[in-house]
Structure formats: structure tokens, C-alpha cells
Design a protein around this ligand. Structure first.
Ligand code: ADP
Length: 507
């Protein structure tokens, strides 16, 4: 094991199911890497624990090697061996856990969506803590994320503190309250937790089914710090409508609950050094945007006859949360208004994927619209750079990263005012917002009319005033969306929790 030298900063360990770029499905992966790096730059010792998936991007892991130790961890009444790999990802030390369990938990060709996800991730949460115990780590903060590693919070207090892993405060971040990972209460027993004791209204019992346990609820109850990914979303989830059944739990733990807007990784997302682009460019020299637009049009077989023809992009998971009906509508409305539309997205929901495949087929030879229905990191970079506008018509959006990435690449966001979009996109026509913060086009009502209004205003600005549009592009590209200020907020929460713990242990 790598030792944890004594140092002035905090020792922070993230236990997560994703980390960009090695194992990423969505924003969670970006957050673990981006926040981790920013905290490391602030002088803290940051380590990450991940599953060793078969489908990781192994070329992004430096110095990967298997350790000469085997960690035995409890599950389903017996001990299972786990190989431990280490490596460096984006400069951060990472432990990868490879179970020798016959269920081959992380050899499924995908991160999530398996019938036994509850088992896979409750198993992983337990091995992660077992690893910290056996490695004699003394972290100040253990930070777990989403329902997949929410088990860490109750496991820590119920099982690992008594075993001697007791130096840490637990921070839990919920990136999306839609995903709570509930399961029949008996399934909790597998990872060693006492289902009878925990299936209570003030512990892990789901608020709407008393025979089910809810890992996210458990993490809210058992963590010292609970965060979500934007201030507006933190407010929304406290209401019956936004909390997906957890509002009462959040409200009764509101003292430890905060909303911190995510940043983006400004090294990975930097148009001035982005190797995925045809031409790099910056706020002071935005001509390269046009060459990227040209390159994307050529790549996708779109018409290049008018370089001023606005190009609207959309990069998203195609799930109801993202406003799929408005995305579909946006394709047709953009064409009616004389623009071009490029969608990069894929769906875990079969009927949505099929619906968009039909639309993609319909437009397969169209001069002005293209749908690419897959996950493609490289293409996403080129679309951010090439597009003039990016649509994010989400029904709800905990934080959203695509609006921030878009702005960094000079693509103006057209977003619904919800969650983190409400904290990062401010309408150019909204007089209640100071002029210097206005950076995009927003709408409130989640219907076609609401969306049309924002899209049409954007087209008018773009078509009728090239100079103002250029200034808007340059302004958006200059906004600081780095992790710096968000990481400072996490740092403050961590430090306060650590100080509280030290004060309590002295008294
Ligand atoms: P969520 O986490 O809900 O999916 P976010 O906006 O927080 O949404 O994060 C989405 C991230 O995933 C962004 O980095 C975006 O560029 C990326 N992304 C989404 N869909 C695709 C895709 N089909 N191909 C490549 N990247 C994608």
C-alpha cells in the first residue's frame, strides 16, 4: 500500500463508481476527477477508490500495477478475496478494486444497468472501507457519491468505526435524487449491515415503502456533511415536488445539507489546447470556431454553403430528465428557422433510443441535421467548438455541465431555468440580472412555446447583430467555471467538520 505521509492539508478519500476519463457515464465522473484535482492543488492528499471495471479506458491510467496484497472482505456470510490495483489518473492516486467473486461484478462491459447493481455496489462499498482499514489509512474525510457508494456512510459508523477505522468524517454528495437505489430491506444484509435495525423511518427505510431500504436516505442520515450539486437544486429537493420522496429526510437534516455548484475541468475542456479540435482557439482569437464548424459539417456530411448559418448542438444522455420531447422539437424548429442541428446522445431507455433512431434515419442524408446516437468523447469536443448554440431544455437538472463546457467553447447556452442551469445561465434580456452576468438564453415553462421563445431570441441576436454575438461569445469564453471556487467551498465544509470532530473528542 502507498503510505499516507503526515502533511499539513487534509487527507481526503473519494469512494466512487465513476472517474473521468477512465470510467465515466455522466457528470459524476467529471466531478470526482475535477474536484479531486482542485483539492490536490490546494495542498490536500487526495486518493480515489474505484471498481476495476473491464470496460475502463485503461490507456488513461499511468503506472497501473497490481499490489502484492489481497484484501478479504465480508459478503453474504463469507469472506471474498479482492485484488488491489493502483495507478495514477490525471495526477491522482487511484486504487482499483478487483473482486474475485464468482459474480464477476465489474466485468459486465458496462458500469451500470445490471440486474444486480445493488449487490455489486454494496459489495464494492464494503471492500473500499476494508481496504482503508487494512492499509491503516487515517483519512480526515471519506467522500462518497450517489447511491452506489452511499452504503459507505452506514457501513463506516456501524461496522468500521468499531473495527478502528475511526479518523474520518463522512461527506456524501448526491448528484441526482432521481437515482436512489432502493431495494428490499433483506438485501442490505449481504454487505453486513443489520437490515432489521436499519429498516426504520429515521434510518434507511424508504419513505414510501416500509419493506424497502433506501441507500441515499441512509447516506443523508449517516453522513456528517451532505451536499448536492447546485444551490438551486438544493432548494428544489427540499420540496415535495423536487425531492423524489426524500424532501422530509433532507429537511430534517438540513443543518448539514448544502448545494455547491460543480466546476468543470478547465484543463480537459480548454479550446486553446484541445487536441480533439481541428483548430485550437481562445477568447481573444475566436476565428478557429469557424474552422471547427466547417470540420464538423464535413465530418457529418452537412451542408457548408453558408458559414453564417447557425449551428445548434445538443450533447446529452437521452432520458426524460433532459426534456427529450423538447430536444426532438428543437430539431424541427431549428430547421424551420434556417439553422443546422447536431445531436450527440444515447439512451439507456430502449423506447427512447428507438424513437431517436427513427429520427436519425429520417435525417440521415439531410443537409442540415444529424443525429449521432452513441457516446463519443472526441466528437463531443468538436461539437462544443463547432456549435454556435447548445440547447439544454432539462425538466430538472441537478447541476449540468454541458452549459458550462459550451460557454467555455463559445457556444451560447439555451437552457431551461431549473437547478444548476438556473445558477449558471442568465438571460441576456433579463434586466434583473447585472449586465456582466448575462450569458445565454433561458426559459421557464417546459413546453414548446417556452423553448421556441428562447431559441427565436437567440437566432435573432445571432442573425441580426454579428458584433454583439461575437462579444457574447468572448464574454462566455472568459467566465471562470474552474473548480477553484467550488473546491474552496468543499474545503470549508470539510475543515469545519474536522474541527467539530476534534472539539468533540476533546470535550
Ligand atoms: P448528466 O451527468 O446528467 O449526464 P451533465 O451535464 O452533468 O449530465 O454531464 C454530462 C457529461 O457527459 C458532459 O461532460 C457531456 O459532455 C458528456 N456527455 C453526455 N452525453 C454524451 C455523449 N453521447 N457523448 C460524449 N459525451 C457525452
Amino acid at each position: 500500500f502507498t503510505s499516507s505521509p503526515t502533511r499539513p492539508g487534509l487527507h481526503i478519500i473519494h469512494i466512487a463508481a465513476e472517474m473521468a476519463p477512465v470510467a465515466k457515464v455522466g457528470g459524476l465522473g467529471d466531478v470526482v476527477a475535477g474536484l479531486g484535482k482542485a483539492l490536490q492543488e490546494k495542498g490536500h492528499l487526495v486518493e480515489i477508490v474505484l471498481p476495476k471495471y473491464d470496460c475502463m479506458q485503461y490507456e488513461s491510467i499511468k503506472d497501473m500495477k497490481v499490489l502484492d496484497v489481497v484484501v478479504e472482505s465480508y459478503f453474504d456470510g463469507r469472506l471474498y478475496k479482492n485484488n488491489i490495483w493502483t495507478g495514477t489518473v490525471e495526477g491522482l492516486p487511484v486504487y482499483f478494486i478487483e473482486p474475485q467473486h464468482p459474480g464477476k461484478f465489474f466485468c459486465r462491459g458496462q458500469l451500470y444497468g445490471e440486474h444486480d447493481d445493488f449487490k455489486r455496489f454494496s459489495f464494492f462499498s464494503r471492500v473500499a472501507l476494508e481496504l482503508l482499514l487494512q492499509a491503516e489509512k487515517r483519512p480526515d474525510i471519506i467522500h462518497c457519491h450517489e447511491w452506489q457508494t452511499a452504503f459507505v456512510a452506514p457501513l463506516y459508523w456501524e461496522i468500521y468505526v468499531p473495527k478502528g477505522l475511526d479518523s474520518a468524517r463522512i461527506c456524501f454528495t448526491c448528484h441526482n435524487f432521481e437515482y436512489q437505489g432502493t431495494a428490499p430491506a433483506s438485501e442490505l444484509t449481504s454487505c453486513g449491515l443489520d437490515a432489521y435495525h436499519l429498516n426504520k423511518p429515521d434510518r434507511m427505510q424508504d419513505n414510501s415503502a416500509n419493506d424497502r431500504i433506501n441507500p441515499v436516505k441512509g447516506a443523508i442520515v449517516f453522513s456528517n456533511i451532505v451536499t448536492t450539486v447546485s444551490p438551486t437544486y438544493a432548494q428544489e429537493v427540499r420540496s415535495a415536488q423536487g425531492g423524489k420522496g426524500l424532501h422530509a429526510t433532507i429537511n430534517s437534516h438540513s443543518k448539514k445539507f448544502a448545494g455547491i455548484l460543480n466546476g468543470i475541468d478547465t484543463d480537459a475542456w480548454n479550446p486553446a489546447s484541445d487536441n480533439f479540435l481541428k483548430v485550437q482557439y481562445s477568447a481573444s482569437d475566436i476565428d478557429g470556431k469557424i474552422q471547427n464548424k466547417e470540420a464538423l459539417r464535413r465530418l457529418l456530411g452537412l451542408s457548408s454553403s453558408d458559414f453564417r448559418q447557425p449551428l445548434v448542438g445538443c450533447i446529452t444522455r437521452l432520458v426524460p430528465q433532459k426534456g427529450v420531447h423538447l430536444i426532438r422539437h428543437a430539431i424541427y424548429r431549428t430547421l424551420e428557422l434556417g439553422g443546422q442541428f447536431v445531436l450527440l446522445g444515447s439512451s439507456p431507455v430502449p423506447h427512447i433510443q428507438r424513437e431517436f433512431e427513427d429520427i436519425a434515419n429520417h435525417f440521415q442524408n439531410h443537409e442540415h441535421a444529424r443525429l449521432v446516437l452513441k457516446y463519443d468523447e472526441a466528437l463531443s469536443h468538436l461539437i462544443y467548438a463547432a456549435s454556435d448554440m447548445l440547447i439544454i431544455p432539462s425538466i430538472f437538472e441537478p447541476c449540468g455541465l454541458t452549459q458550462m463546457i459550451a460557454m467555455r467553447y463559445g457556444s451560447i447556452p439555451i437552457a431551461r431555468k431549473t437547478g444548476g442551469l438556473n445558477d449558471s445561465v442568465f438571460d441576456v434580456d433579463d434586466d434583473s440580472i447585472p449586465l456582466q452576468f448575462r450569458n445565454g438564453f433561458t426559459f421557464v415553462t417546459a413546453d414548446e412555446q417556452g423553448f421556441n421563445n428562447a431559441l427565436e431570441r437567440a437566432f435573432n441576436y445571432y442573425m441580426n447583430n454579428a458584433e454583439t454575438w461575437k462579444e457574447l461569445v468572448q464574454k462566455d469564453m472568459s467566465i471562470d467555471f474552474s473548480w477553484d471556487s467550488s473546491a474552496a467551498q468543499y474545503e470549508e465544509l470539510y475543515e469545519k467538520a474536522v474541527l467539530r470532530a476534534r472539539a468533540a473528542s476533546r470535550s
